[in-house]
Ligand binder design. Structure first.
Ligand code: PBG
Length: 333
């Protein structure tokens, strides 16, 4: 019998890493095109692709152009896309009721893509922030975000999205009770088959900055979102949020932002064993792009490593602005 010292001395953990084929053989996680969800921005007009300064390589597309981009995504094998609207100021109101308009940008782009590229999944963000005059995800009155009134409006928006052809409804507002309310409304209106992907744990994060430029709410937002998004310091509270959404009928859970919250991803996946997603948000994308453009990091390698980290943490998929680039790279690998 060998004693413990002999065993530890003869154990060589580098053996399996010695050759390329062996490293492939022992690899535990891998990123595939099936893991990608591509979030993109929609604006008014036609033939428009306007760049977003803080997100190099990302554009706002008019509906016609978005259809072409969706076609590209579908051809690359990306399973699903997620449109976000840059709505003009004149549609914004205190209650954000334009969310329920069948001709708003999300609904228009959803209809147009479903008609031409039916094979790609469309995940719509049911939230009021593109539609309220103050950029909040809830209705603001006398300095307070009203919960139940906001839920009612989000439900109307979710139904309009379902009617436009959305495949997954993804409420991102963090109001209490929204998942159950949306589930009931979908079921009562013939959409029993539509899954809900809950932005279950969404943190009050500074990483959303570039997104707010992209949808045009950066200069609009009054105050912060701390009374409804989660405190970045809290893990147990994130678990309670996710549990509540599961109890109310969420089919899929999302954690947002992504990379700074890998611990939350891991805990949620192991606790609920539901399809789990991360949103690698605009600020995460911007940091990688900026450092890459400066030659401070190898952008492509960091992009791939950052996405693999989500798989390791337990994600079934990732919303990432890199989706098209990554899908191209995986195809050519
Ligand atoms: C709000 C919403 C946000 C993002 C998507 N939907 C955050 C916010 O503005 O509070 C952020 C996405 C990103 O940063 O990439 N409903």
């Amino acid at each position: 019998m060998r004693n413990i010292d002999e065993i530890t001395q003869s154990r060589r953990l580098r053996r399996t890493r010695r050759t390329e084929w062996s490293r492939r053989l022992v690899q535990e996680n891998a990123l595939s095109v099936n893991d990608l969800i591509w979030p993109f921005f929609v604006c008014e007009g036609s033939n428009v692709a306007s760049p977003i300064a803080a997100m190099p390589g990302v554009h706002r597309y008019s509906v016609d152009m978005a259809v072409r981009q969706a076609e590209k995504a579908a051809k690359l094998g990306i399973p699903a896309i997620a449109p976000f609207p840059n709505e003009p100021a004149h549609i914004k109101t205190q209650d954000g009721s334009y969310i329920a308009n069948p001709d708003n940008l999300i609904n228009s782009v959803t209809r147009a893509i479903k008609k031409e590229i039916p094979e790609i999944g469309i995940i719509t963000d049911a939230a009021l922030d593109p539609f309220t005059t103050d950029g909040h995800d809830g209705i603001l009155r006398d300095g307070i975000i009203l919960n139940d009134e906001s839920v009612e409006m989000v439900v109307r928006g979710a139904l309009a999205q379902a009617e436009a052809g959305a495949d997954i409804i993804a409420p991102s507002d963090m109001m209490d009770g929204r998942i159950g309310a949306i589930r009931d409304a979908l079921d009562a209106n013939g959409f029993q088959h539509l899954p809900i992907m809950s932005y279950a744990t969404k943190f009050a994060s500074a990483f959303y900055g570039p997104y707010r430029e992209a949808i045009g709410t950066a200069g609009v937002l009054k105050g912060d979102k701390k009374t409804y998004y989660l405190d970045p310091a809290n893990t147990d509270e994130a678990m309670r949020e996710a549990e509540q959404d599961v109890l109310e009928g969420a089919d899929m859970l999302m954690i947002k932002p992504g990379m700074p919250y890998l611990d939350i991803i891991q805990r949620i996946k192991s606790q609920f064993a539901l399809p789990t997603f991360a949103y690698q948000v605009s600020g995460e994308y911007a940091m990688i792009k900026a450092a890459g453009q400066n030659g401070w990091i190898d952008e492509e390698k960091v992009m791939m490593e950052s996405l693999l980290a989500f798989k390791r943490a337990g994600c079934d998929g990732i919303l990432t602005y890199f989706a098209l680039e990554v899908a191209e790279k995986l195809k050519n690998a």
